[in-house]
Ligand binder design. Structure first.
Ligand SMILES: CC(C)(COP(=O)(O)OP(=O)(O)OC[C@H]1O[C@@H](n2cnc3c(N)ncnc32)[C@H](O)[C@@H]1OP(=O)(O)O)[C@@H](O)C(=O)NCCC(=O)NCCS
Length: 186
């Protein structure tokens, strides 16, 4: 599967993608809001393997795509939408980008394509996402797409020697439709 945006090509992962994933996941800027202290080759390989396995699901419920630059084919991150088990109307989204490419709107552009895919193709009713409250960049991506904050779980994750609050965000198909003029086929 692949999705094309104005500046990016989002495509299914391939087995040879793990070195590019490892390169950015080892960056301390990337690791800041994750429990991981570092990432190894084995971690990156199993990360990519997980997405290869998801590609084989029938019907497919999870779509984690590599974010690439069309000119060079360089892999600069990943973005995914996952339907909940036994629930065809709701999914959550996630995204991550190499720190070398932050601040250029690429995460917002990728996540927008995923949300569009979720409402149009998967015919979802609701998309949710969660993030660490201090992760301002991630919060901004969701807000820019029209997600509303629905909850704050206080000090519910512990890593890197401290507690973190997490935020839950949601976007309904009606809200998306009114923002994008999207017309559902009857
Ligand atoms: C979250 C992440 C994907 C955002 O990527 P990005 O491509 O830089 O995001 P965008 O360029 O689309 O920008 C989104 C907003 O975040 C802001 N932003 C980007 N980097 C930022 C930073 N380091 N600190 C604060 N805000 C930042 C942008 O200014 C923009 O806000 P604006 O609308 O007010 O201008 C990226 O920071 C990342 O990969 N982080 C590590 C992985 C991660 O935390 N993933 C999310 C898990 S929930």
């Amino acid at each position: 599967m692949q999705l094309t945006t104005q500046r990016l090509r989002l495509r299914d992962f391939a087995p040879g993608d793990w070195p590019a994933v490892l390169a950015y996941q080892q960056d301390p800027r990337y690791l800041r809001f994750y429990p991981w202290e570092t990432r190894t080759e084995a971690d990156a390989r199993s990360f990519v393997d997980m997405f290869l396995n998801e590609q084989a699901e029938r019907p497919r419920r999870r779509f984690q795509l590599a974010i690439t630059l069309p000119g060079t084919a360089q892999l600069i991150g990943s973005c995914g939408i996952r339907r909940k088990p036994g629930n065809d109307w709701e999914a959550d989204i996630g995204y991550e980008l190499s720190p070398d490419f932050w601040g250029q709107g690429y995460a917002t552009e990728s996540a927008r394509a995923m949300v569009n895919f979720g409402f149009h193709e998967l015919r979802l009713h609701r998309i949710s996402s969660g993030c660490i409250a201090d992760n301002t960049a991630s919060v901004r991506v969701l807000e820019r797409l029209g997600f509303r904050q629905e909850g704050r779980l206080r000090r519910n994750e512990y890593f890197k020697r401290r507690w973190w609050d997490t935020l839950l965000f949601g976007l309904l198909v009606d809200e998306w439709r009114s923002m994008t003029q999207y017309q559902a086929t009857p």
